[in-house]
Design a protein around this ligand. Structure first.
Ligand code: IMP
Ligand code: MG
Length: 178
């Protein structure tokens, strides 16, 4: 078993880079077919999805645009609850076919709260692609139109995902050893 150390924790290999590449090629092939006449706008959710986005984007052969956003969540007063603010998203989504690119859907909360804000802008379609999802951890309903891998409810690093800032540059995906 291949294992690595990040900060104080040990992680074991879960998905090798070769399988990630193969999966992304399959996801892109579906998008190339489904979205060929749509000139879609991809929105990559930083930081985690930057590597997934770059690899997927290079497999797209259709006319396509991409932009980037960072999501910040604030805990307001108890009655306000948590709010999500999108930073740097200046694209006009009106009438566009939009594809959100996420590294991982964990509880689903981030996307569940962000999607209504995007829908307010009146896109023609709002689709979601997530490289990873943890079905056992999901608490908020999110429909993933272009899914990658279903993974166990364990903490992951690599391929854009970090543990306290480190591990994003690993070409494979690792899960926390228990
Ligand atoms: P959610 O709102 O619970 O779905 O969490 C989504 C975000 O949490 C992802 O976009 C990641 O940035 C982060 N995240 C969730 N699970 C992991 C993990 O296992 N490793 C690293 N980051 C994670
Ligand atoms: Mg993320």
């Amino acid at each position: 078993m291949v294992s690595i150390q990040v900060h104080d924790k040990t992680f074991e290999l879960l998905i090798p880079g070769s399988r990630i590449r193969e999966k992304i090629r399959g996801m892109a092939a579906r998008m190339n077919e489904d979205l060929k006449s749509e000139r879609p706008l991809f929105i990559s959710v930083l930081n985690g999805s930057f590597i997934f986005s770059a690899d997927l984007f290079r497999e797209l052969t259709i006319e396509v645009e991409i932009c980037f956003t960072k999501l910040a969540s604030y805990q307001g007063t108890a009655s306000m609850g948590r709010t999500i603010t999108s930073i740097g998203l200046d694209a006009d989504l009106t009438g566009r076919t939009v594809v959100i690119l996420e590294d991982i859907v964990d509880t689903g909360r981030t996307l569940h709260e962000f999607l209504p804000q995007l829908l307010q802008q009146g896109p023609k379609k709002l689709l979601i692609s997530a490289l990873l999802s943890k079905p056992a951890a999901q608490q908020f309903p999110v429909k993933i139109d272009y899914p990658g891998f279903s993974v166990p409810d364990k903490f992951l690093v690599g391929y854009g995902l970090d543990y306290d800032g480190l591990g994003r540059n690993l070409p494979d995906i690792y899960c926390l050893k228990q």
